[in-house]
Design a protein around this ligand. Structure first.
Ligand code: G6P
Ligand code: MG
Length: 222
């Protein structure tokens, strides 16, 4: 394993790592799946880290509907999900920052670590604004520039480039199995936050964000 002293930067997923928006994504997709008549147990976990259009394709496939809609109709369905989602995040504020993450970000900034954002969400800038953390994430990968979604490493490689660091000098934080796969494939150290069984490929596992600190990461890397 890479040594803790080699680490110079941290690359953050947003939904489910910095703030608890995963449940809103799950709810908004659930509303659309219901409307389409698609029964999808485990939908919430399945869409974690997955881009909007890829998540729609997953749901359509689950219901055997993948050939039922034109591209324009799919765009409309994705826009409908996004409208559901935007509605749910309307009243977000600093109280929606996950436990410990504001302190962790302050600690990183204080100690001079690089910080970048690797979220697949086109709503990320709006959410960071609402929860008051935009100033930490001046370096953010624009998901519109990506050729591939997670589990492809592209977003995490770009996250390291924004920090002028080699992947091996970076730690990526993720709550999604697809994200952990992307971090690992990028050659970075992965921190999985959530169910360790679901995130078994992570280099380091924490069951929730309150455990995420430089001291605990250093301990786990010894
Ligand atoms: C994150 C979430 C996914 C979501 C994706 C796209 O990765 O974990 O559940 O589908 O962002 O979000 P967007 O806000 O662009 O629809
Ligand atoms: Mg996530």
């Amino acid at each position: 394993m890479v040594k803790f002293t080699d680490i110079k930067g941290f690359i953050f997923d947003l939904d489910g790592v910095v703030t608890d928006t995963s449940r809103y994504h799950a709810k908004a997709w659930g509303q659309l799946a219901d409307k389409l008549g698609v029964d999808y147990p485990g939908l919430g976990d399945a869409v974690k880290g997955i881009s909007r259009m890829d998540a729609l394709e997953m749901i359509l496939k689950k219901g055997g509907l993948e050939n039922n809609y034109s591209e324009a109709e799919k765009e409309a369905l994705a826009a409908e999900k996004n409208a559901n989602y935007v509605n749910l995040i309307q009243n977000m504020s600093a109280k929606d920052i996950l436990p410990g993450m504001a302190d962790f970000l302050a600690e990183l900034k204080d100690k001079g670590y690089g910080i970048s954002l690797a979220s697949a969400s086109k709503n990320a800038p709006k959410i960071l604004e609402k929860i008051g953390l935009s100033d930490y994430f001046t370096k953010a990968v624009d998901p519109a520039t990506l050729k591939y979604g997670k589990p492809d490493p592209e977003i995490f490689i770009k996250g390291a480039q924004l920090l002028d660091l080699m992947p091996a000098q970076c730690i990526g934080l993720e709550d999604a199995a697809a994200g952990i796969a992307g971090i690992n494939a990028a050659g970075e150290t992965s921190v999985g936050i959530g169910d360790p069984e679901l995130l078994h490929d992570a280099t380091i596992n924490f069951t929730d964000t309150s455990q995420v600190s430089l001291a605990n990461i250093e301990k786990a890397m010894q």
